[in-house]
Write a protein of this length. Structure first.
Lengths: 314, 326
């Protein structure tokens, strides 16, 4: 990605990175620049949420029930406090809950994709390089899993994992279970692409040379083949991130994801939906818009990355 | 041909056996059925007796075969939460989901194909471009937000349509239908749009791109040259030849409609199988989860199989190289 520039100690390399095709394509695409800026801003505000947020919505001591249902930008009728985006029924500042919710959403999304990526790339490499029955088993499992929609698989894994966890830890473990569920529902993409690329790479001369000088199978896979199959992986990872964020929001919205004690954007939307009929639209609207902006910009960025890195992928 | 069919059927059966093993493992390893069925005050004899009764002292494989026998006969045990046989609960809930899915499917296919043809014929028209841009939003909006948006617009602001439930239903035998009452039909509108919208945009975009491809072909030019009417060219010659990929995708999407009904049913509190499944996950009601898993996988595997065979039957070119189909 363009944000990761080489170390500034070597100006020539920085210069070269800036002048590269990739950087040029990035600079000249308004969609890419805008969506990258939005994503970057959101990631930063999520990371620094405790510093930016005017209130800590999870500190019961700072909450005042009298502040409940304050409208956006209007002073509260009882306390006179003003909140940018209003407050919910318990007097929590909506802006602050969104910042903290984005934190959970982004963390779960990124961790799930990372997990799926490591698992998928590993299995794809093994399947592609070793072949034989290992490949058959891995790719058959992938085929079967691909028959079902990812969200359904994630729900089932969540349900089973929840059943295995002891009751008293369920809320604490929910975030990790969520990461596991979304990650396991998403590895197939990575495995299929990496296996395909590995099948092409493993017959090239540099692999034969490495085999000839006696490098182990693990070393060949990790040090020689892996670096050469990574660029499609990066593209899939970005698109998966958008899907994972939406999957997390959907699960949390359905009540089988992040618990109310650690609300993600999906949980906030679920809470907000309850106030739709009584006219408190802001509790629902702002988290929903945030989720949309986040998912849409990650998606656009992924699309752009796909076109820039590898036009052959679809 | 026959070998292909047999292989596909065998593969499907294998998939079902694997899913059955997963469902069975859920019973066996997630929570202890003995714990669930016996109270706090129990003796070792009680436990052993129940274990013998349930067949839990037998080898894993024997238990698995017994589970499969039960599953084939529709017997999935008793719901931990409601204390009634799972099959009864499923039968009660199935009509709601099936009616919703059927209406969404018809909407998605009908409107999707119509809009796809329209946008392909009037490629550069204003309306066609507007529809295409709108469809992009339709694809990127999460289903549950579409549902909430529709509820806000048509239930809260305009007050035209109900925001939850099925309305009044009529009982015909073991089937409850919402098709026969006004409130039942009204209640169907918003959920079916929510559920069908994604599939509709997908079918529309697919039909459009296939049509554009076909309209460039020589035989279309010849059809025009023969003086056929525009309608005959577009529908009898062009549309017919786009149908192979459309049928494949549509078939696979029908399965997803049932799966995504979970989300729609939760937004609209629609009393169907999906809502049942979500509640089962929340309360870790293993028998219901296992039954739903089996039910949906039979459906998915069945649809996949039918689509594969259909694909094969429709397009004679595929029969030539059957290995490429996989």
């Amino acid at each position: 990605m363009a944000e990761i520039s080489p170390s500034p100690v070597e100006p020539s390399r920085l210069r070269r990175a800036f002048d590269s095709d990739f950087a040029y394509k990035f600079r000249t695409s308004p969609v890419a620049v805008v969506s990258a800026t939005v994503v970057l801003l959101m990631v930063l505000s999520a990371v620094f949420a405790p510093l930016i947020a005017p209130y800590n919505p999870f500190d019961p001591g700072s909450l005042n029930l009298m502040n409940g249902f304050s409208k956006p930008m209007e002073p509260n009728a009882f306390t006179g406090d003003t909140f940018w985006l209003g407050t919910d029924d318990q007097g929590r500042d909506v802006f602050s809950t969104i910042l903290y919710g984005m934190r959970i959403s982004l963390f779960v999304g990124a961790a799930a994709v990372l997990f799926a990526m490591v698992l998928g790339v590993t299995l794809g490499l093994i399947a592609g390089y070793l072949g034989g029955w290992t490949e058959t088993i891995i790719m058959r499992v992938a085929d079967v899993q691909l028959t079902f929609p990812a969200i359904l698989v994630a729900m089932l894994i969540f349900g089973i994992a929840k059943g295995v966890t002891p009751v008293e830890y369920r809320d604490q473990m929910a975030i990790w279970v969520l990461i596991l569920a979304i990650g396991l529902s998403d590895w197939v993409q990575f495995a299929r692409v990496v296996r395909g690329a590995t099948l092409v790479e493993k017959n090239k001369e540099y692999v034969q040379a490495a085999r000839l000088i006696g490098r182990t199978k693990a070393a060949i896979m990790l040090r020689h083949i892996l670096p050469n199959v990574l660029s499609p992986v990066l593209v899939i990872a970005t698109i998966s991130l958008a899907l994972a964020i939406i999957a997390e929001a959907t699960l949390s919205f359905l009540g089988v994801g992040a618990p109310p004690t650690q609300p993600s954007l999906g949980t906030l939307i679920r809470i907000g939906q309850g106030f739709l009929f009584s006219g408190e639209w802001w509790i629902l609207l702002f988290p929903a818009v945030t989720l949309l902006a986040l998912a849409l910009s990650v998606n656009l960025l992924g699309d752009w990355l796909r076109d820039a890195l590898n036009p052959r992928l679809r | 041909m026959l070998a292909f069919v047999i292989r596909r059927v065998l593969q499907s059966l294998l998939v079902l056996l694997v899913v059955g093993a997963v469902a069975f493992s859920m019973f066996r390893f997630v929570g202890d059925p003995i714990d669930n069925m016996l109270g706090q005050e129990r003796t070792q004899e009680d436990i052993d007796r129940l274990r013998g009764q349930l067949g839990l002292d037998q080898p894993f494989v024997v238990q698995y075969v017994k589970f499969l026998q039960g599953a084939v006969q529709g017997n999935f045990g008793v719901s931990y939460r409601q204390g009634r046989p799972v099959s009864d609960i499923l039968m009660e809930r199935a009509p709601a989901t099936l009616e919703l899915a059927a209406v969404s499917g018809v909407l998605a296919i009908g409107i999707g194909i119509a809009l796809g043809v329209f946008t392909a014929i009037r490629r550069d028209g204003f309306a066609a471009n507007a529809i295409m841009s709108l469809s992009l939003i339709g694809v990127s909006l999460p289903t549950f937000l579409i549902g909430i948006l529709l509820i806000y617009l048509f239930s809260v602001e305009l007050g035209w349509l109900p925001s939850f439930g099925r309305g009044e239903t009529v009982r015909i035998g073991g089937w409850t239908t919402g098709f026969l009452t006004e409130s039942g039909l009204k209640a169907l509108i918003l959920p079916s749009i929510t559920l069908g919208l994604y599939q509709m945009t997908l079918i529309m975009r697919l039909v459009r791109s296939e049509m554009l491809e076909v309209l460039r072909q020589d035989y279309i030019r010849f059809a025009r040259a023969r003086g056929l009417r525009e309608r005959a060219v577009n529908f009898r010659h062009a549309l017919k030849n786009t149908l192979v990929p459309v049928i494949t995708v549509t078939g696979l999407q029908l399965g997803s409609i049932i799966a995504f009904a979970i989300i729609t049913e939760t937004v609209f509190q629609w009393p169907g199988v999906g809502l049942l499944f979500i509640n089962a996950i929340q309360f870790v009601d293993i028998p219901v989860m296992a039954a739903y898993l089996m039910l949906i996988s039979v459906m998915f595997v069945g649809i996949n199989l039918i689509v594969d065979l259909l694909y094969f039957a429709i397009d004679p070119r595929l029969r030539a190289d059957k290995t490429a189909a996989h």
